[in-house]
Write a protein that binds this ligand. Structure first.
Ligand SMILES: Cc1ncc(COP(=O)(O)O)c(C=O)c1O
Length: 448
């Protein structure tokens, strides 16, 4: 395998030393970022060589084809062996409330297909706005308790469009260091001065804000997507407001979960009206696709004109919009869904605790299983799949190097037996790798 100049040479394993060719698993995407020469395709061949080795060695675990809906048990095609793994316990899909495959949602989707056909066939500012898009935006604004809502093709493009739509070169954006890639990309696109403060450390945020005169935006997440902990919002708001900064909260993983009405972490803290910009997605709790921003009418009117990721992209499919609208209706009619989710979250956390599984500071349905072993996380992922659990490994660049983990999603749809069985398998596999103490036999169930 040929090795090329990396973005961060110090991170590269000592390939040339001793003339030994290291295993493919010692490399990652970093090694194929920069290359010498004038050909824009210079990296393709070395990358292909590496991919040919690394893919069957474990990277194949990403993007495995699911054979049906993201239910709590799924059939998955193993692309290395061609074999279908049947009935795996699914802790990989978001779908936190099990709404993606509800019969009423499927019916709504079918009905909308008859009326609208498949796509929106235009930008939402031109011909791509159907009546159903307006209904969805209005319904969401009422749910969020805000004057207006703007819908985007994805949660990713919502962050991109809102951040770059609002902030300009010379302004300052300060985001939590664990902010999602879409926040980071929005910051880059805006060309504003971009800084990061240490995760949830308000003193660090204040240091970054007080050195700057001018327009300022602070960005946090409600529930952090790779750690499952929540923003220390009261302190963050106090510091931000004192320094004249506006605040954006990305509630991708917390809308429909946190707060009395499910509006998110801002509502959970009783600070919904203090936050200036609220981002959410349809891809997580509602099991659909698309993103949104909620706020004042003035903010939404401005962003409608300046959010290029929405302006210059096709509107979400009316079929998807109909499914989301129905999912939202069910969410509002069935508060027991959220109660069941929280009961499951509490139960799974207690089972994993009994097994000594390291889950960091997670306090939500997003549970990282911290392996911190970049070389072995994929091997462990294969072992989990063989033993009956489907869960996604997460490596650099989604998390920092040496912070590899599995990212578990708990759903209201999981039964207690499924949670127990999952916790036992995970604990047993992690014991074999020395990550958990030998305790799996002590996990006790409350279901008998
Ligand atoms: C915090 C956060 N924001 C935004 C997004 C992007 O959302 P979507 O998948 O709807 O594009 C994600 C997706 O995982 C996320 O975790």
């Amino acid at each position: 395998m040929s090795v090329v100049e990396s973005e961060a040479p110090e991170d590269r394993p000592a390939a040339a030393e001793g003339g030994q060719v290291p295993s493919a698993m010692q490399y990652d995407y970093t090694n194929f970022y920069f290359g010498s020469g004038d050909d824009a395709f210079a990296m393709l061949e070395p990358f292909s060589e590496w991919w040919a080795e690394s893919h069957p060695a474990g990277y194949y675990l990403y993007g495995l084809p699911m054979q049906g809906a993201p239910k709590t048990r799924v059939d998955i095609r193993d692309t290395k062996t061609g074999q279908i793994h049947h009935d795996l316990l699914n802790f990989a899909s978001y779908n936190y409330l099990g709404l993606s495959y509800r019969p009423e949602v499927k019916e709504a989707v079918i009905e909308a297909t008859h009326l609208y056909g498949n796509g929106a066939s235009g930008s939402p500012v031109l011909s791509g706005s159907m009546e159903i898009h307006y209904q969805l935006a209005e319904r969401l604004a009422v749910f969020k308790g805000k004057e207006a809502v703007l819908i985007f093709p994805t949660g990713y493009s919502a962050n991109l469009g809102v951040i770059a739509g609002l902030m300009r070169p010379g302004d300052l954006i300060v985001a939590d260091q664990y902010a999602h890639a879409s926040v980071v990309d929005g910051m880059i696109l805006s060309k504003a001065n971009s800084r990061f403060f240490r995760h949830n450390k308000v003193e660090d945020l204040e240091r970054k804000l007080k050195r700057f005169d001018g327009k300022k935006l602070v960005i946090v997440e409600g529930v952090y997507s790779m750690d499952g902990d929540i923003a220390v919002l009261p302190e963050i708001l106090e510091v931000s407001k004192r320094h004249g900064a506006r605040v954006l909260i990305d509630e991708a993983h917390s809308t429909f979960i946190y707060g009395e009405r499910g509006r998110g972490v801002a509502e959970h803290f009783g600070l919904d009206d203090e936050v200036d910009i609220h981002i959410g997605t349809f891809s997580k709790s509602l099991g659909g696709q698309g993103g949104f921003v909620a706020g004042s009418k003035a903010l939404i009117d401005y962003l409608r004109g300046f959010s290029r990721s929405r302006f210059f992209s096709c509107g979400i499919s009316p079929v998807v919009a109909a499914g989301i609208l129905k999912a939202l209706e069910i969410f509002e009619a069935e508060p027991e869904l959220r109660q069941r989710l929280w009961a499951n979250v509490e139960y799974m956390h207690s089972l994993l605790n009994q097994g000594g599984v390291p889950v960091g500071n997670s306090e939500s349905q997003v549970v990282p299983i911290l392996v911190n072993d970049d070389a072995r996380v994929l091997e462990i992922g294969e072992a989990l799949m063989r033993d009956g659990v489907y869960i996604n490994p997460v490596q650099y660049p989604a998390v920092p190097k040496h912070k590899s983990r599995f990212r578990m999603s708990i759903s209201a749809a999981h039964s207690r037996e499924e949670l127990e069985q999952g916790a036992r398998i995970i604990t047993r596999v992690l014991e074999r790798y020395g990550i958990c103490p030998q305790t799996s036999d002590t996990i006790t169930s409350t279901t008998g």
